[in-house]
Design a protein around this ligand. Structure first.
Ligand code: UDP
Length: 326
């Protein structure tokens, strides 16, 4: 298939592009390179530097290529930034997404896989969280993604759009060639590894008074290659499950302190850390139920252990200590 991948220079979009290409698909890779890295885009993809905020740029891409489906990874994804800058999140995660959907409608492209998030649930009432759990996001990031999920329902009703929503829990890990390299790194695992390498002197663990066994937040880490696989499964089965949402997680939670301890084992290095105040917008526990994804799409996590996730991230970090060239 010819697949348009937005956010293809970003962490998850670039690795999903790599996996799509390895399974024989054509990838038209779109990114505005504000956060993404040109060098992360697989060479076999056709790259278009395009800003989804500018409708004429999207139109140019749709006029010059034919697509069978769109995978929409582009967007803003940092919880703390969303608390400071909600407007950026609504513009990127809602406004740009609508621009993209309108181009799809104009050009008769009607298969869409949407990258959503566990942040749509807010503080869970039940763990592991099932997809039909109450949605009460506690930060603008989660609210912007939930709003777009609802907008997709409207497009389905009025334009016949076939879409699947994938709600990622905590994406982590790397392929051999591609990994997590944000210009401003806020995510736990890359920061843990930077501390192991000495680039960060002492890691802050945000929050030590959460209602969890060791007081630090609990997250469900899912290997980025398993996320890529969920996209392929969703696309293959989209005729059977249009309009459905699926959690993409491992159904197992690890506390921030457990991640540090496991990373010390994997890297063989000490990771100095201190307990710091909570980070605004963080729920205490986010762990997925992945039963629906397994049952309906036949997906299985193939790289599920925290050790394997950390090992792949560590291998990538050591192979590319400076991340991607600019
Ligand atoms: N975290 C931390 N120190 C850091 C970065 C993150 O304690 O330097 C915590 C963060 O507060 C959250 C967990 O690690 O409890 C996962 O955060 P991350 O930003 O990786 O992902 P999120 O869950 O926000 O998507």
């Amino acid at each position: 298939m010819n697949i348009l991948v937005t956010g293809a220079a970003g962490y998850i979009g670039s690795i999903c592009s790599e996996v799509l290409l390895s399974r024989g698909h054509q990838v038209i890779a779109l990114d505005n390179l504000q956060e993404g890295h040109r060098a992360a885009v697989p060479p076999a993809a056709t790259f278009c530097q395009t800003d989804l905020a500018i409708r004429s740029q999207i139109e140019a891409v749709f006029s010059s290529h034919k697509f069978d489906a769109v995978m929409h990874f582009a967007g803003e994804a940092l919880v703390a930034k969303s608390v400071r800058e909600p407007s950026t999140f609504y513009a990127a995660n809602v406004g740009c997404g609508v621009n993209l959907l309108d181009a799809m409608v104009r050009h008769g492209v009607n298969k869409f896989i949407f990258s959503s998030t566990a942040a749509t649930y807010g503080e869970p009432e039940v763990v592991p969280i099932p997809e039909d759990h109450r949605k009460a996001p506690i930060n603008p990031y989660g609210k912007s993604k939930l709003t777009f999920e609802q907008i997709l329902g409207d497009y389905r009703a009025y334009t016949g759009l076939k879409y699947v929503t994938l709600r990622y829990f905590n994406a982590a890990g790397a392929s051999v060639e591609r990994g997590e390299a944000h210009r401003e790194e806020t995510h736990l695992i890359p920061r843990v590894l930077d501390t192991a390498l000495g680039a960060i002197a002492q890691l802050d663990i945000f929050g030590f008074d959460y209602p969890t066994p060791d007081g630090s937040c609990v997250r469900d880490y899912i290997h980025v290659i398993d996320i890529a696989d969920s996209h392929l499964r969703a696309l293959e089965e989209i005729e059977r499950v249009p309009g459905e949402a699926f959690n993409v997680g491992n159904s197992r939670g690890f506390s921030n302190l457990e991640v540090v301890k496991t990373a010390e084992r994997i890297t063989g290095r000490k990771i100095p850390h201190k307990l710091s105040p909570r980070r605004p917008g963080d729920p205490a526990v986010l762990v997925a139920s992945n039963e629906k994804l397994k049952r309906a799409l036949g997906w299985e996590a193939k790289h599920s252990s925290l050790e394997e996730i950390l090992q792949s991230a560590w291998d990538w970090r050591r192979k590319f200590p400076k991340g991607y060239p600019e």
